[in-house]
Design a binder for this molecule. Structure first.
Ligand SMILES: [Zn+2]
Length: 412
């Protein structure tokens, strides 16, 4: 077969995604498959089985990243890599990350069944703990693989129950032998849902991100004084939750004040002792600030620390802020991005250049290898929720773009 006529099997891609959606699926039609849980192990086992079926050379590294290679004619050349992640948010969706892993698997299935030989080796990957929900920060697997994080530090990261990443990796049997160290990669393509409203709104099928917004994450602890809700007068309180509430609103107003494309979020908050008739004395919450402009993001963080200190003083509630993640904005390889755009056009799909608001493993891989992403529309712009959805036609279109980008890069 002429490789120009090659297409992925949309029906098979759909049933692969549906099979995976049964592992950790929620009654609301979403996914609850946090990193290194039993559900994650089951999904990994199934993926490995599928990879074996098409005779990929499988290797699992010390971070549990799963790689599968289909050797090229010149396998001493840097290879071409594609993948994403199988872990999900709590009550997240069926497509985030999963589409990129299954899309790469589908592309490799097509190469195998058509006996397509490539010059370079083509490989796929499932990165460990992309979401960072259970073990923060996000992208621990690709972060260690690209040398951004230390392996033992990653192993020591605890979940909310104090269980360590390394222990859980061992427990589910995915602490592999291969060193979690990057090797020469000729091109990395990550196929992903957009997770925003842009493509749907303008009626385009393939998004071509020029890069990813920079992100800073804080953990914030506010301390107050617990007391009886009845007898304690309003002017004699150090209410940690009220101080935190003021901080949340301050953060929400920050983008308007700073300008640019900044977005800010408090997505997680823990109140203690969390009783209706006790004034709260301990609150912990998260802060997420994103912007394309790294300087603006830094200024916003400084402004925030100043504002929080002021609120803390005024309310007599000591605050502690810890930066747990700070990543500059990512600029993808312009040549590879162009390849995505051109390939989409040649396959008859409309394309659109954009930026990614969401973080991806591609941000770290981009630091060690030429990288690009392929986006398809998210219905209603919804993601990290159970109703996250993308039409099967769009899933198929994006996978076709991925297949042909892989082929082009692998035959260079
Ligand atoms: Zn993702």
């Amino acid at each position: 077969m002429n490789f120009k006529d090659l297409r992925i099997n949309g029906q098979r891609l759909k049933s692969t995604i549906e099979e995976l959606a049964k592992i950790g699926g929620t009654p609301g039609g979403g996914m609850h498959r946090l990193s290194l849980t039993d559900a994650d192990k089951k999904a990994r086992d199934l993926l490995v089985q599928w990879m074996r079926e098409i005779q990929l050379e499988i290797s699992i590294d010390e971070m549990g990243n799963i790689f599968g290679k289909k050797r090229g004619g010149k396998d001493d050349l840097p290879l071409v890599l594609s993948g994403s992640h199988l872990d999900t948010q709590p009550f997240g969706g069926r497509f985030d990350g999963i589409l990129g892993v299954t899309g790469a698997l589908e592309a490799l299935r097509v190469l195998r069944e058509n006996r397509m030989e490539t010059r370079r080796t083509v490989a796929m990957v499932n990165w460990t703990d992309e979401e960072g929900t259970r073990f923060a920060p996000a992208m621990l697997g690709s972060g260690v693989w690209t040398g951004k994080f230390d392996r033992d530090w990653a192993y020591s990261r605890p979940d909310v129950q104090g269980i360590k990443f390394g222990e859980e990796l061992e427990r589910i049997g995915y602490r592999g032998q291969a060193p979690a160290r990057n090797w020469p990669v000729h091109a990395y393509f990550e196929y992903h849902i957009e997770q925003g409203p842009v493509l749907e709104k303008i009626g385009k099928r393939i998004g071509v991100p020029k890069g990813i917004l920079g992100i800073i994450w804080y953990d914030v602890w506010v301390e107050g004084k617990a007391n009886q809700a009845g007898p304690t007068p309003m002017d004699a309180r150090n209410d940690a939750l009220v101080a935190a509430a003021e901080m949340v609103l301050k953060l929400n107003k920050l983008p308007g004040k700073m300008g640019g494309d900044m977005v800010t979020t408090v997505g997680e908050i823990h109140n203690s002792p969390n009783s209706r008739n006790i004034i709260p004395d301990r609150v912990r919450f998260t802060v997420d600030i994103r912007s394309w402009d790294d300087g603006l993001k830094k200024k916003a963080a400084e402004e925030l620390e100043k504002e929080f200190a002021g609120i803390s003083r005024r309310r007599g509630c000591p605050v502690r802020m810890e930066v747990i993640w700070d990543i500059p904005h990512t600029v993808f390889d312009p040549n590879l991005a162009q390849r995505v755009e051109k390939t989409a056009r040649q396959l008859g799909y409309s394309g659109h250049s954009m930026v990614s608001g969401a973080g991806h493993d591609a941000a770290y891989v981009n630091q060690v290898a030429p990288t690009a992403m392929i986006f398809v529309p998210s219905m209603g712009g919804r993601s990290h929720v159970e109703v996250e959805n993308t039409s099967w036609e769009d899933c198929e279109a994006g996978a076709n773009v991925l297949l042909h980008c892989l082929l082009r890069s692998a035959n260079e």
